[in-house]
Design a protein. Structure first.
Length: 276
């Protein structure tokens, strides 16, 4: 595979004719009292990664690109978002993380008031737009606590392909997640190490973006520590694997990173390794 960097334009990526759709995923963290992350189990019948353990997320919708977000959100301007991800409509990825988190787990990131979560099913069915709900509330969404930490592009062949930016944020205080029962059948908190142990024991099924994120998070001790690191960022590192499902992700400092049998994936992380 070509030596692509983290900012390769989506139009320059290899394709087999399946459109690569923009998408966003959010890793919600909290101290309970140790560092934990929110994970979902997708329905077995899902077309994309059915039965897998994942983080909340999904494709960017047209409303996520609405120019009205200039006045309906704070913390990240359109120009700052474009510069951070080196794309146009960069802020749409931030908005998509907020919307998908409401729809899939009933939590509102970027607002102290969780009332918007009551509209999760109408939002998911397309009966109302998030921009309308926020405008009616009279309170903009604060995007400043959402940090982009990685980018992952679905490999070929796949019935669906996504160009997904992963974000990390602190879970809203005093609220508990609940799976939507449509795309996800379970939502639960777990330590990164606990989730990885479940995968090693064959109890959980994951793909490399989830594995790599949990592997990196397993070296952090608290939500404050990981969010401070995410705010600082680092140079992107390209991930290599042996098998997308059956083996851990490999980072440049890992033994065997370039061993025969490993291959690079279209995945890059810039969440720092706290051991360095």
């Amino acid at each position: 595979m070509a030596d692509y960097d983290a900012w390769v334009p989506v139009g320059d990526l290899p394709t087999d004719g399946v459109d690569i759709r923009p998408a966003a995923t959010v890793v919600l963290v909290d101290d309970r009292p140790d560092l934990q992350v929110l994970v979902l189990k997708r329905r077995d019948a899902s077309v994309f990664v059915g039965g897998h353990t994942v983080f909340p997320g999904g494709a960017v919708d047209p409303d996520d690109r609405d120019p009205a977000w200039s006045s309906l959100s704070t913390g990240v301007t359109s120009e700052e978002a474009d510069a951070a991800l080196r794309v146009s409509d960069g802020r749409s990825f931030w908005i998509a993380t907020v919307r998908e988190t409401i729809e899939e787990v009933g939590l509102v990131v970027g607002m102290h008031n969780q009332d918007l979560a009551g509209h999760r099913h109408a939002l998911d069915r397309g009966e109302v737009r998030l921009s309308e709900l926020v405008a009616t509330s009279g309170r903009p969404i604060d995007l400043s606590g959402l940090y982009a930490i990685s980018r992952w592009v679905t490999p070929m062949p796949s019935p669906r392909r996504y160009d997904t930016y992963f974000f990390i944020a602190r879970a809203p205080r005093g609220s508990e997640p609940s799976a939507d029962g449509i795309e996800a059948v379970e939502a639960r908190w777990t330590t990164p190490a606990g989730a990885l142990e479940g995968w090693r024991e064959g109890e959980l099924t994951m793909i490399s973006p989830t594995l790599a994120t949990l592997q990196r998070l397993a070296h952090y001790q608290s939500a404050d520590q990981v969010l401070d690191a995410a705010a600082r960022g680092a140079s992107p590192e390209r991930v290599r694997v042996i098998d997308e499902h059956a083996t851990p992700a490999l980072f440049p400092d890992d033994p065997g990173y370039r061993d025969p049998g490993t291959r690079p994936v279209l995945g890059w992380t810039w969440l720092p390794d706290p051991r360095r």
